[in-house]
Design a protein around this ligand. Structure first.
Ligand SMILES: [Zn+2]
Length: 253
Protein backbone atom coordinates (compact mmCIF):
# COMPACT_ATOMS: atom_id res chain seq x y z
CA UNK A 1 0.00 0.00 0.00
CA UNK A 2 0.93 3.59 -0.39
CA UNK A 3 -0.44 6.34 1.83
CA UNK A 4 -0.01 9.96 0.85
CA UNK A 5 -0.76 12.72 3.33
CA UNK A 6 -2.43 15.46 1.29
CA UNK A 7 -3.62 18.11 3.77
CA UNK A 8 -5.61 18.04 6.99
CA UNK A 9 -7.31 14.59 7.04
CA UNK A 10 -7.25 14.23 3.27
CA UNK A 11 -5.28 11.14 2.26
CA UNK A 12 -4.74 9.13 -0.87
CA UNK A 13 -4.61 5.44 0.04
CA UNK A 14 -3.54 3.03 -2.69
CA UNK A 15 -4.48 -0.38 -1.39
CA UNK A 16 -4.64 -3.73 -3.19
CA UNK A 17 -4.51 -1.92 -6.52
CA UNK A 18 -7.34 0.51 -5.78
CA UNK A 19 -7.09 4.23 -5.11
CA UNK A 20 -9.09 5.56 -2.17
CA UNK A 21 -9.53 9.22 -1.38
CA UNK A 22 -10.21 9.87 2.29
CA UNK A 23 -11.97 12.99 3.59
CA UNK A 24 -11.51 15.33 0.63
CA UNK A 25 -11.12 18.95 1.74
CA UNK A 26 -9.90 20.57 -1.42
CA UNK A 27 -10.38 24.35 -1.28
CA UNK A 28 -7.54 26.77 -1.83
CA UNK A 29 -5.80 28.24 1.18
CA UNK A 30 -7.93 30.86 2.94
CA UNK A 31 -11.31 30.05 1.34
CA UNK A 32 -13.41 29.67 4.50
CA UNK A 33 -13.71 31.71 7.70
CA UNK A 34 -11.96 30.31 10.78
CA UNK A 35 -13.83 27.89 13.02
CA UNK A 36 -15.22 30.19 15.76
CA UNK A 37 -14.32 30.28 19.46
CA UNK A 38 -10.87 28.90 18.86
CA UNK A 39 -7.29 29.93 18.13
CA UNK A 40 -6.15 32.00 15.12
CA UNK A 41 -9.35 33.97 14.47
CA UNK A 42 -7.30 36.09 12.08
CA UNK A 43 -6.60 33.16 9.73
CA UNK A 44 -8.95 31.64 7.18
CA UNK A 45 -9.16 27.94 6.39
CA UNK A 46 -7.47 26.00 5.04
CA UNK A 47 -4.32 27.52 6.54
CA UNK A 48 -2.12 26.06 3.80
CA UNK A 49 -2.36 25.23 0.13
CA UNK A 50 -2.76 21.73 -1.25
CA UNK A 51 0.69 20.21 -1.81
CA UNK A 52 -0.29 18.85 -5.20
CA UNK A 53 -2.79 19.42 -8.01
CA UNK A 54 -6.48 18.62 -7.69
CA UNK A 55 -6.02 16.37 -10.73
CA UNK A 56 -3.43 14.26 -8.93
CA UNK A 57 -5.84 13.91 -6.02
CA UNK A 58 -9.04 13.06 -7.88
CA UNK A 59 -7.88 11.29 -11.06
CA UNK A 60 -8.62 7.57 -11.18
CA UNK A 61 -10.09 7.42 -7.68
CA UNK A 62 -11.93 4.13 -7.19
CA UNK A 63 -13.72 5.12 -3.99
CA UNK A 64 -14.04 8.01 -1.57
CA UNK A 65 -14.52 7.57 2.18
CA UNK A 66 -16.08 10.49 4.03
CA UNK A 67 -15.78 9.86 7.77
CA UNK A 68 -18.19 12.69 8.63
CA UNK A 69 -19.43 15.90 7.06
CA UNK A 70 -17.48 18.59 8.86
CA UNK A 71 -16.12 21.15 6.44
CA UNK A 72 -12.52 20.11 6.95
CA UNK A 73 -13.39 16.60 5.71
CA UNK A 74 -15.92 17.25 2.94
CA UNK A 75 -16.10 20.68 1.37
CA UNK A 76 -17.73 22.51 -1.51
CA UNK A 77 -14.74 22.08 -3.77
CA UNK A 78 -14.79 18.32 -3.22
CA UNK A 79 -18.51 18.34 -4.10
CA UNK A 80 -17.78 20.31 -7.29
CA UNK A 81 -14.77 18.47 -8.63
CA UNK A 82 -15.53 14.84 -7.84
CA UNK A 83 -17.51 12.99 -10.53
CA UNK A 84 -21.10 12.46 -9.41
CA UNK A 85 -20.87 8.75 -10.31
CA UNK A 86 -17.91 8.11 -8.04
CA UNK A 87 -18.22 5.38 -5.39
CA UNK A 88 -18.56 7.03 -2.03
CA UNK A 89 -18.75 5.52 1.46
CA UNK A 90 -20.28 7.31 4.45
CA UNK A 91 -20.69 6.54 8.15
CA UNK A 92 -24.51 6.50 8.25
CA UNK A 93 -27.76 7.05 6.32
CA UNK A 94 -27.97 10.68 7.38
CA UNK A 95 -24.62 11.55 5.83
CA UNK A 96 -25.46 9.42 2.79
CA UNK A 97 -28.69 11.40 2.22
CA UNK A 98 -26.90 14.69 2.48
CA UNK A 99 -24.23 13.61 0.02
CA UNK A 100 -26.89 12.27 -2.35
CA UNK A 101 -28.60 15.65 -2.11
CA UNK A 102 -25.40 17.16 -3.50
CA UNK A 103 -25.91 15.02 -6.61
CA UNK A 104 -23.79 11.97 -5.86
CA UNK A 105 -25.43 8.80 -7.14
CA UNK A 106 -23.28 5.95 -5.84
CA UNK A 107 -23.29 6.39 -2.07
CA UNK A 108 -23.10 3.45 0.34
CA UNK A 109 -23.10 3.35 4.10
CA UNK A 110 -19.98 1.65 5.39
CA UNK A 111 -20.67 -1.44 7.50
CA UNK A 112 -18.46 -3.63 9.60
CA UNK A 113 -18.31 -6.14 6.74
CA UNK A 114 -18.36 -4.08 3.56
CA UNK A 115 -16.50 -5.60 0.62
CA UNK A 116 -15.22 -3.40 -2.18
CA UNK A 117 -13.15 -4.94 -4.98
CA UNK A 118 -11.99 -7.83 -2.76
CA UNK A 119 -10.97 -5.41 -0.04
CA UNK A 120 -12.70 -5.77 3.29
CA UNK A 121 -13.66 -2.40 4.68
CA UNK A 122 -14.87 -2.21 8.26
CA UNK A 123 -16.44 0.87 9.72
CA UNK A 124 -14.88 1.69 13.08
CA UNK A 125 -16.09 3.60 16.11
CA UNK A 126 -14.89 7.03 17.06
CA UNK A 127 -15.65 9.82 19.50
CA UNK A 128 -15.04 13.36 18.28
CA UNK A 129 -14.20 14.70 21.76
CA UNK A 130 -15.08 13.94 25.36
CA UNK A 131 -18.18 14.79 27.37
CA UNK A 132 -20.52 17.65 26.47
CA UNK A 133 -18.69 18.63 23.27
CA UNK A 134 -19.68 15.28 21.72
CA UNK A 135 -23.24 16.55 21.27
CA UNK A 136 -21.96 19.43 19.19
CA UNK A 137 -19.31 17.47 17.33
CA UNK A 138 -21.67 14.67 16.31
CA UNK A 139 -20.98 11.12 15.15
CA UNK A 140 -17.85 10.10 13.25
CA UNK A 141 -16.28 6.92 11.99
CA UNK A 142 -13.02 5.46 10.84
CA UNK A 143 -12.27 2.48 8.63
CA UNK A 144 -10.15 -0.66 8.60
CA UNK A 145 -8.83 -2.01 5.30
CA UNK A 146 -7.99 -5.70 4.90
CA UNK A 147 -6.78 -7.74 1.92
CA UNK A 148 -4.77 -10.98 1.74
CA UNK A 149 -1.93 -9.24 -0.11
CA UNK A 150 -1.78 -6.18 2.13
CA UNK A 151 -1.07 -5.27 5.70
CA UNK A 152 -4.10 -4.25 7.73
CA UNK A 153 -4.66 -0.49 7.76
CA UNK A 154 -6.76 1.40 10.31
CA UNK A 155 -7.68 4.99 9.50
CA UNK A 156 -9.09 6.15 12.83
CA UNK A 157 -10.71 9.42 11.69
CA UNK A 158 -11.64 12.33 13.95
CA UNK A 159 -11.54 10.55 17.27
CA UNK A 160 -9.84 11.00 20.59
CA UNK A 161 -8.27 8.03 22.35
CA UNK A 162 -10.92 6.07 24.27
CA UNK A 163 -11.86 2.43 24.82
CA UNK A 164 -13.54 2.25 21.39
CA UNK A 165 -10.22 2.87 19.66
CA UNK A 166 -8.55 0.31 21.91
CA UNK A 167 -11.24 -2.23 20.96
CA UNK A 168 -10.75 -1.60 17.25
CA UNK A 169 -7.00 -2.14 17.64
CA UNK A 170 -7.59 -5.35 19.59
CA UNK A 171 -10.14 -6.62 17.08
CA UNK A 172 -8.32 -5.81 13.86
CA UNK A 173 -4.64 -5.88 14.91
CA UNK A 174 -3.71 -3.20 12.37
CA UNK A 175 -0.10 -2.92 11.27
CA UNK A 176 -0.56 0.61 9.99
CA UNK A 177 -2.67 3.19 11.84
CA UNK A 178 -3.50 6.73 10.77
CA UNK A 179 -4.56 9.04 13.59
CA UNK A 180 -5.81 12.60 13.40
CA UNK A 181 -3.40 14.20 15.79
CA UNK A 182 -3.58 18.00 15.67
CA UNK A 183 -5.34 18.17 19.06
CA UNK A 184 -7.85 20.59 17.54
CA UNK A 185 -9.93 22.37 20.16
CA UNK A 186 -12.39 25.14 20.75
CA UNK A 187 -11.60 27.52 23.60
CA UNK A 188 -13.73 25.31 25.83
CA UNK A 189 -14.58 21.62 25.78
CA UNK A 190 -11.21 19.95 25.33
CA UNK A 191 -9.66 17.92 22.55
CA UNK A 192 -11.72 17.08 19.46
CA UNK A 193 -9.13 14.71 18.03
CA UNK A 194 -5.97 13.11 19.34
CA UNK A 195 -3.18 15.01 21.02
CA UNK A 196 0.25 13.68 21.89
CA UNK A 197 -0.90 11.72 24.96
CA UNK A 198 -3.68 10.07 22.92
CA UNK A 199 -1.12 9.17 20.30
CA UNK A 200 1.06 7.62 22.99
CA UNK A 201 -1.88 5.47 24.10
CA UNK A 202 -2.29 4.28 20.50
CA UNK A 203 1.40 3.38 20.47
CA UNK A 204 1.05 1.42 23.72
CA UNK A 205 -1.96 -0.46 22.34
CA UNK A 206 -0.17 -1.23 19.07
CA UNK A 207 3.56 -1.13 19.80
CA UNK A 208 4.47 -2.94 16.59
CA UNK A 209 2.35 -0.79 14.29
CA UNK A 210 3.46 2.19 12.25
CA UNK A 211 1.38 5.14 13.34
CA UNK A 212 0.94 8.07 10.97
CA UNK A 213 -0.07 11.46 12.36
CA UNK A 214 -2.47 13.29 10.05
CA UNK A 215 -4.83 16.29 10.45
CA UNK A 216 -2.06 18.69 11.51
CA UNK A 217 -1.58 22.44 11.11
CA UNK A 218 -4.17 22.86 8.33
CA UNK A 219 -7.22 24.38 10.06
CA UNK A 220 -7.19 27.24 12.54
CA UNK A 221 -8.11 25.37 15.72
CA UNK A 222 -5.07 23.09 15.85
CA UNK A 223 -3.14 23.11 19.12
CA UNK A 224 -0.43 20.46 18.55
CA UNK A 225 2.24 21.26 15.97
CA UNK A 226 4.26 18.71 14.03
CA UNK A 227 7.40 19.99 15.72
CA UNK A 228 5.96 19.52 19.22
CA UNK A 229 4.74 16.02 18.35
CA UNK A 230 8.15 15.10 16.89
CA UNK A 231 9.87 16.34 20.05
CA UNK A 232 7.47 14.28 22.16
CA UNK A 233 8.03 11.06 20.21
CA UNK A 234 11.79 11.60 20.35
CA UNK A 235 11.60 12.01 24.13
CA UNK A 236 9.54 8.81 24.36
CA UNK A 237 11.96 6.98 22.07
CA UNK A 238 9.23 6.00 19.62
CA UNK A 239 10.24 8.01 16.56
CA UNK A 240 10.53 4.85 14.46
CA UNK A 241 6.94 3.93 15.40
CA UNK A 242 5.25 7.28 14.82
CA UNK A 243 5.55 9.05 11.49
CA UNK A 244 4.72 12.74 11.16
CA UNK A 245 4.42 13.47 7.45
CA UNK A 246 4.49 16.87 5.88
CA UNK A 247 1.69 17.56 3.44
CA UNK A 248 2.45 15.75 0.20
CA UNK A 249 4.70 13.15 1.85
CA UNK A 250 3.93 9.47 1.26
CA UNK A 251 4.87 6.06 2.62
CA UNK A 252 4.80 2.57 1.17
CA UNK A 253 4.27 -0.48 3.33
ZN1 LIG B 1 -11.46 17.31 11.42
Amino acid sequence: MNIQQIRNATLIVEYAGKKFLIDPFLAEKGTYPPFPDSARQDQNNPLVDLPTSIDHIINHVDAVIVTHLHLDHWDNVAKEVLPKEIKLFTQNEEDASEIKNSGFKNVEVLQEDTVFADIQLSKTKGEHGRGEILKVAGPVCGAVFKHPNEKTLYVAGDTVWYEGVQEEIETHQPEIIVVNAGDNQFLEGGSLVMGKDDGYEVYKAAPNAKIIASHMEAVNHWTLSREELKNFINEKGISSNVLVPDDGESYSF
